[in-house]
Design a protein around this ligand. Structure first.
Ligand code: UD1
Ligand code: CA
Length: 455
């Protein structure tokens, strides 16, 4: 049984932000949420977050995590002091305690599982995660014997020059036998030049203490400033993109593509450069998305092509082509084998199958049947200044170039709308509707006083 405690009381001064550090967003989720998600596969029996700076905001932001218990540390007197705050809440707890940092969001569940595994196999009093860093500056150094038994940990500031050559660092991630830890926690002192209660001081009083190396040292990266936040985002993105490539998705110029970790993509789909896939987007196989597209919360069927377009909260069925320069938003549903072309905006609109809206149109709150052909420049006038009104257009209807539909309005099936018509009344099936001024011609007409032969 393992309970998880997350250190999240610090302000994070170097973020230069009024937002508590652990609430900064990394790829759409707060740092703290990422830490929680990272340890979820271990099925912890309890989740405890030690909060201090901006505690109310942290609680508010994480209120969706019902099982999360908040422990207040009103003054931040060090990592040891933070863990001391758990003593009342865990008075009767008898399992292990995993300690994580709220600003270390890249740890993989496999790494934490390995830590817990080593901890329990060896029945350690404490097990800590270590890494060999090319630049260990700022981290506590871990000194072990040949069997990975920890002899001592020295904070960077307290290291002698010789000790600084040890690149094996303390990641600040631990697994403790809680009963053993709880017994010595009250005895910690702040007897160091920072006058802080160091959690690392407990190791000299616990036995056995073992170190486990992390394979990929990027995982233990902590976020202290916005630059590190951006680097962490790149690392997460590369993980997500590697996973999709391994799953059979082609990414062209992956560095220019971003994919939220909530997105799903089927094999044999190609994502082209400068394309951003966000939210609960699902893309079927055989699609070609991009270049230059933003797809958010969309369901995309097989073999769809999207070129230089923006689609949000929409469904696009198989075989449809979108773009270049189309904008779909607010619950658009496009049927199979449709064409939504250049400079077309669809809002809250449904298209049947094989319907074409190829050029320069705005369709808002409209429902079109199958095989409708929407002429260039067709517009729905759906808003009267107060309310949005619906337009309905039946199967196989053709709208002429530059037609305007003043909603609410219903156009039947097999209707032809003459180019340039402003349609204000419903049109029945199998009808030609013309609603424009007749062309008037005056043969031989000239302006007053204009001589013949000039115009
Ligand atoms: C700590 C370790 C160091 C390790 C490093 C890894 C100690 C004494 N040292 O150092 O060996 O290499 O982490 O990152 O533990 N926090 C609280 N309350 C407090 C103090 C800190 O919640 O009173 C939180 C901070 O917000 C932060 C985490 O604990 O998330 C670590 O604290 P920090 O002061 O950054 O420890 P380091 O000096 O980095
Ligand atoms: Ca730190």
């Amino acid at each position: 049984m393992v309970a998880v405690a997350i250190l999240a009381a610090g302000r994070g001064t170097r973020m230069k932000s009024s937002l508590p550090k652990v609430l900064h967003s990394l790829g759409g989720r707060s740092l703290l949420e990422r830490v929680l998600l990272g340890c979820k596969p271990l099925e912890p029996s309890r989740y405890l977050a030690i909060v201090g700076y901006g505690a109310e905001r942290v609680k508010e932001a994480l209120k969706g995590w019902e099982s999360l218990e908040f422990i207040e540390q009103t003054e931040q007197l060090g990592t040891g002091h933070a863990i001391q705050q758990l003593l009342p809440a865990l008075r009767d707890y008898e399992g292990d305690l995993m300690v994580l940092n709220g600003d270390v969001p890249l740890l993989r569940p496999e790494t934490l599982e390995k830590l817990v595994y080593v901890h329990s196999v060896h029945q350690n009093a404490a097990t800590l995660l270590t890494a060999h860093l090319p630049n260990p500056q700022g981290y506590g150094r871990v000194f072990c014997d040949g069997d990975n038994r920890v002899q001592h940990i020295v904070e960077d500031r307290d290291c002698t020059d010789a000790q600084k050559h040890n690149h094996r660092i303390n990641a600040g991630v631990y697994c403790f036998n809680w009963q053993k830890l709880a017994a010595i926690l009250p005895d910690l002192t702040a007897d160091n030049d920072q006058n802080e209660y160091y959690l690392t001081d407990v190791f000299s009083q616990l036995d056995p203490v073992m170190a486990v190396d992390v394979e990929d040292y990027q995982e233990i990266m902590g976020i202290n400033d916005r630059r590190q936040l951006a680097t962490a985002y790149d690392i997460l993105q590369m993980r997500t993109k590697d996973d999709w490539m391994a799953a059979g998705v082609t990414l062209i110029d992956p560095g220019s593509i971003t994919i939220d970790d909530t997105v799903k993509i089927a094999p044999d789909t190609i994502i082209e450069p400068q394309t951003h896939l966000r939210g609960n987007t699902e893309i079927a196989s055989g699609c070609r998305i991009g270049p230059g597209s933003l797809i958010e919360n969309c369901q995309i069927g097989e073999g769809v092509r999207v070129l230089y377009s923006v689609a949000r909260n929409s469904t696009i069925a198989a075989g449809t082509e979108v773009g270049p320069y189309a904008h779909l938003r607010n619950a658009v549903q496009v049927g199979e084998s449709c064409r939504v072309g250049n400079f077309v905006e669809l809002k809250g609109t449904t298209l049947g199958n094989e319907t074409k809206v190829a050029h320069l149109s705005y369709l808002g709150n409209a429902t079109l049947g199958d095989r409708v052909n929407v002429g260039a420049g067709t517009i729905t006038a759906n808003y009267d200044g107060y309310k949005k009104h619906p337009t309905v257009i039946g199967d196989r209807t053709k709208t002429g170039a530059n037609s305007v539909f003043v909603a609410p309005i219903t156009i039947g099936s097999d209707v032809t709308i003459a180019a340039g018509s402003t349609i204000t009344k419903n049109v029945e099936d199998d009808t030609l509707a013309i609603a424009r001024a007749r062309q008037v011609e005056r043969k031989g007409w000239r302006m007053k006083g204009q001589p013949e032969g000039e115009n």
